[in-house]
Design a protein around this ligand. Structure first.
Ligand SMILES: C[S@@+](CC[C@H](N)C(=O)[O-])C[C@H]1O[C@@H](n2cnc3c(N)ncnc32)[C@H](O)[C@@H]1O
Length: 240
C-alpha cells in the first residue's frame, strides 16, 4: 500500500530524517551540482525540498527558486537558510506536490528523496513532467527494488525489526528500475545520467557522520561498488 500524505507529513515534521540522513544529503547535493552544471538565469523548482540543502546552494545563479514541501517544519528550516539579499527570488509553498499548480513551467526540477514517500510514483512523474519546460532537466532519486544488497540483507533487517520492537512509520514505495524508467519515458522524461551509491551496512550504525559520508562517497566513485549501489540519482531531460 502507498504511504498516505498525513503519515508522511508527521514523519518529516519530526527530527529523525535530518539527524540520520545528513551524510546522504551531502552526497545528493554533490551529485545534483555535478548533473546540473551551469544553472545561470534558470527557473528552478525543488519538490520535497526538505531543508533546502540541494537547491539553496544554486540561489546566487538562478533567477527564481520555488521550494515545495508538505512538511511545515522542513519549509521553516529551508527558509532559515535563505540569505536575506536573495529572499526575493524564493517562493515557499507548503503543500503536497499533488496539489501544487505552478504559475509557469520550470527549466530545472529537483525531486530527490521523494518518490519513496508519495501516494503514486506515476502521478508524481506526471507532475514533474507537467511542471517542466520542453527540453528542461529533472533530477530524480529512487532506491529501486529489488536490488542486489536488499536480497542479501533482508533477513538481517527482518530480525532487527523483531528484536528492536520498533515498527517503521510506514512502508515506502517499491518498484524495479526498469518499471520506473518506463513510467518516466511515458511522461516524456528521458534518462541522461545515472549515479549510484550505497547506504550504510549492518554494523555501521555507530560510525561518525564523516566516516559514513566517506563510505557513501567511496561506493559512489568506485566503478564496482557503484554497480550495486542502492540509491539511484538520475538526470532526465524532457522531450522538446
Ligand atoms: C527524504 S526527504 C528529502 C529532502 C530533500 N529533497 C533531500 O534530499 O535532502 C523527503 C521530503 O519530501 C517531502 N515530501 C514527501 N512526500 C511529499 C509530497 N507528497 N509532497 C510534497 N512533499 C513531500 C517530505 O516532507 C520531506 O521533506
Amino acid at each position: 500500500m502507498s504511504p498516505d500524505t498525513e503519515t508522511v507529513k508527521r514523519f518529516f515534521d519530526g527530527p529523525f530524517y535530518l539527524e540520520r540522513g545528513r551524510h546522504i544529503i551531502r552526497i545528493r547535493a554533490m551529485v545534483v551540482q555535478e548533473f546540473l552544471g551551469d544553472v545561470h538565469g534558470t527557473r528552478m523548482l525543488d519538490i520535497g525540498c526538505g531543508d533546502g540543502s540541494l537547491s539553496i546552494p544554486f540561489l546566487e545563479k538562478v533567477s527564481a527558486l520555488t521550494l515545495v514541501d508538505l512538511s511545515p517544519r522542513m519549509l521553516e528550516l529551508a527558509e532559515a537558510r535563505i540569505p536575506d539579499h536573495l529572499r526575493g527570488r524564493v517562493e515557499l509553498v507548503n503543500t503536497p506536490l499533488e496539489g501544487f499548480e505552478p504559475g509557469a513551467a520550470y527549466d530545472i526540477i529537483i525531486c530527490v528523496g521523494v518518490l519513496a514517500h508519495v501516494p503514486s510514483i506515476d502521478a508524481t512523474l506526471a507532475k514533474v513532467a507537467s511542471c517542466l519546460k520542453p527540453g528542461g532537466l529533472a533530477v530524480l532519486e529512487f532506491a529501486p527494488n529489488p536490488n542486489p544488497l536488499g536480497g542479501i540483507l533482508s533477513p538481517y533487517y527482518a530480525l532487527r525489526r523483531v528484536f528492536s520492537g520498533v515498527k517503521p512509520a510506514y512502508s515506502t514505495n517499491k518498484m524495479p528500475l526498469a518499471q520506473l524508467l518506463l513510467a518516466a519515458e511515458k511522461h516524456g522524461l528521458h534518462l541522461q545520467k545515472l549515479r549510484r551509491h550505497s547506504f550504510p551496512l549492518p554494523g555501521m550504525g555507530r560510525w561518525s557522520k564523516e566516516l559514513l559520508y566517506k563510505y557513501a562517497l567511496c561506493t559512489l566513485n568506485n566503478p564496482l561498488l557503484s554497480k550495486i549501489g542502492v540509491e539511484h540519482l538520475m538526470l532526465f531531460k524532457k522531450a522538446c
